[in-house]
Design a binder for this molecule. Structure first.
Ligand SMILES: Cc1cc2nc3c(=O)[nH]c(=O)nc-3n(C[C@H](O)[C@H](O)[C@H](O)COP(=O)(O)O)c2cc1C
Length: 257
């Protein structure tokens, strides 16, 4: 499959056939993840392949009970991981600054590394005729950390559920290129441009019946309604999340020992 075609035609798949995925294909996907660029080649990420049914069930419960998590034959958990490079350094008898709470930049790069590897895996799955979807509820989720025995210094960034598609949804809309690409300098959006963007997002997802199908929302629920819902986080949720990021060692100046 042509790479540009794989990128342009990809869309999240949330319904999977029962058909298992060959282990060799999963290994190929994971190896493709490893081919992603990595900051300073520190390779500060790991992927957990969750095969145990009980654990898959725990992940399903922990990440919003979304049916595709149980249905997908392959569940991967991409993680930002500074623990591994610390172990390597310790083995080589070097000290790291993570113990003193430093290295926040590297922690952020670890999240970037993990995300780049994850997207490579998405595209590799696509090239193998598979479909995939992320579940973001795993980010810094204490139940996920506990189920997978993740130590401090390892942050799950999402689940990546992969399998043979059992649905054929349309390509999803995006903001117009003009809203995303700025030449030479950042510029604020024009009012009419925003209007056009919101309309195009709302229209395409309403036409697909996207939120009815995947979000169990009413038929007039739109993209902008969802944006509003997502960004209306409560202070307690934020505080709990910050606590979890501390436990994972990914909060600024949090020591990882
Ligand atoms: C970090 C991340 C977390 C996501 N979490 C979820 C999720 O929990 N449930 C879900 O149905 N889709 C999830 N998605 C998929 C997005 O909803 C989807 O990519 C977006 O709506 C664009 O649609 P497309 O991938 O079909 O183009 C997630 C995507 C990303 C990148």
């Amino acid at each position: 499959m042509d790479i540009l075609q794989a990128i342009t035609n990809r869309r999240s798949i949330r319904k999977f056939r029962v058909k298992p995925v060959a282990e060799a294909d999963v290994m190929r996907i994971i190896e493709c993840g490893q081919r992603a660029p990595s900051a300073c080649s520190l390779q500060t990420y790991s992927t957990i392949w969750v095969k145990d049914e009980n654990k898959r069930r725990i992940l399903w419960e922990a990440c919003g009970k979304q049916s595709f998590i149980l249905e997908a034959p392959v569940t991967l958990v991409p993680c930002a991981d500074i623990r591994k490079i610390m172990q390597i350094m310790k083995h080589e008898r070097y000290e790291t600054s993570f113990e003193k709470g430093l290295g926040y930049r590297t922690k952020l790069f670890a999240i970037i590394d993990a995300a780049l590897a994850a997207e490579n895996m998405v595209l590799a799955a696509e090239a193998l005729g598979l479909g995939s979807v992320f579940a973001g509820g795993a980010l810094g989720n204490p139940k996920v950390r506990e189920a997978l025995n993740l130590p401090k210094g390892v942050l799950p960034i999402s689940l990546l559920c992969i399998g043979y598609p059992d649905e054929n949804p349309p390509i999803r809309p995006r903001l117009q290129v003009d809203t995303t690409l700025f030449v030479d300098a950042y510029r604020s959006l024009q009012e009419d441009q925003i209007e056009e963007d919101v309309n195009r997002m709302n229209k395409a997802l309403l036409e697909e019946g996207y939120y009815v199908r995947y979000g169990k929302r009413s038929s007039d629920f739109t993209w902008i309604n969802n944006v509003e819902r997502k960004l209306a986080e409560k202070k307690e949720t934020e505080e709990t999340f910050a606590e979890e990021m501390k436990k994972a060692g990914f909060y600024p100046f949090e020591p990882v020992t």
